[in-house]
Structures are given as C-alpha cells and as structure tokens.
Write a protein that binds this ligand. Structure first.
Ligand code: GRF
Length: 212
C-alpha cells in the first residue's frame, strides 16, 4: 500500500497557519503571495485587534477568514479576576483551535498576548521584529537603531514568550545602515528582508514537521 502524506508528516500534512496583525499587513501579504497554499503551508485565518486594519482587507481579498477581536468588546463589568484582555485572548484561542491552527504568526500585532494565550500555543507562536534582537526590542526599533548611529540593524524572527521580543531566535538577517540614511529608506529596506525571511521561516517549519 502506498504511504500517505499523513503517515510521513504527522497529524496533518499541511501546516495550518494563523496570522495576527494590527495594521498594514505587508508581511501578511508576503505570506499570502509566497507560501500560502504551497510548501505544505495553509493560511487558514487572520485575526486583528483593529477593525480597520488593512491586514483584514488583504485576508478577505485572498479568500481567507478574517476576524477582529477588539478589547472593548470584552469589557463587560463584574467578571471577577478575568480582564477584558484575557477574555479577548481566550476568544481568539477558541477560534484558532476551532481552525486547528498549528502555528500562530505575529506580523505587526501590536498587543501583548496574555500568559494564557501563550501557554495554549507555546513553541508554536513566532514574531517578526525589525532589529537584531536582543538589540532594540519593543516599539520603533528601526528609529532606535538609526538614532543610536548603528552601522547595521536587521530583522529577527523569533519564538514568542511572555516577554517583549525576548523569545528564542529562529532566524536573523543583518542590513547595513548607510551614513545619513533616512528612516523611510531604512524602513523600506528592512521590510524587504522581513517579506522574504518570515515566509522562509514558515516554510522551514512546515518542512521540518514530522522530523522529530
Ligand atoms: C513590521 O516591521 C514588523 O517587523 C513589526 O511591525 C511591522 C508590521 O508591518 N513587528 P506590516 O503590518 O506587516 O506591514
């Protein structure tokens, strides 16, 4: 009897991916364009905290389920220990589990995930960050590198833990900063790297499934 893909690759032949994004979604677009539906990768849903995020439109245009979870929707009073953020995160976990998501990709998701969310997907959440971590975690990483007169910065893809951009590094790529370079120019060059590196890491994760 011929071996099936499932026997070779584990529980599901395809890596089912969800993207969380708050804004423009150019990294989401790179994932849609270069790995969605190929290399054993299926982008199954896109979640945002911002109803007008361009990322949601990009998902819908590509025929991918898109959902928004604003913290305000979960702000009912009198919920004991639970907070709106926790309730929002648990609602997202429910949707991700209903979609059998294997990998959660943060691509410009501007909210801190609760410990409960992280524990549901620990080791299966990755983030793209525009610096050579551990340098310049947090906001405005490109501006921080520029204003510190660094001669290089770069892009990091890393696992997500409870800290800010502090999880284990998966891949990094440096980029030189030209003397007098503008923030716009550097940002564009950093994004170019992100748009290649993040999809590559996702494809590598899909390829390595079933190896262990
Ligand atoms: C990217 O620079 C990413 O590294 C950072 O947020 C930005 C998101 O850009 N975490 P986009 O929404 O993918 O265009």
């Amino acid at each position: 009897m011929p071996e099936t893909v499932n026997q070779v690759s584990g529980p599901s032949a395809v890596l089912r991916v969800a993207v969380l994004a708050s804004g423009e979604g150019s990294n989401l677009q790179a994932i849609i364009d270069s790995v969605h539906g190929r290399f054993g990768v299926e982008l199954v849903c896109v979640l945002s905290d911002k109803p007008h995020a361009r990322a949601l439109e990009r998902a819908r245009s590509a025929g991918i389920e898109a959902a928004c979870f604003t913290v305000a929707e979960f702000a009912e009073a009198d919920q004991g220990e639970s907070t709106p953020r926790l309730r929002r995160d648990l609602a997202m976990v429910e949707l991700l589990r209903a979609n059998d998501v294997d990998l959660v990709v943060l691509a410009g998701y501007m909210q801190l995930l609760s410990a409960e969310f992280i524990s549901h997907f620990f080791g299966r959440i990755i983030n793209v960050h525009p610096s050579l971590l551990p340098k310049y975690p947090g906001l405005d990483a490109i501006g921080q590198a520029l204003h510190a007169n660094e001669s290089q910065t770069g892009v990091t893809v890393h696992f997500v833990d409870e800290g800010i951009d502090s999880g284990e590094v998966i891949a990094q790529e440096p980029i030189g900063i030209a003397p007098g370079e503008s923030i716009d120019s550097l940002t564009a060059r950093v994004h170019e790297i992100e748009h290649r590196l993040l999809p590559e890491v996702i494809a590598q994760i899909a390829a390595s499934r079933g190896d262990d």
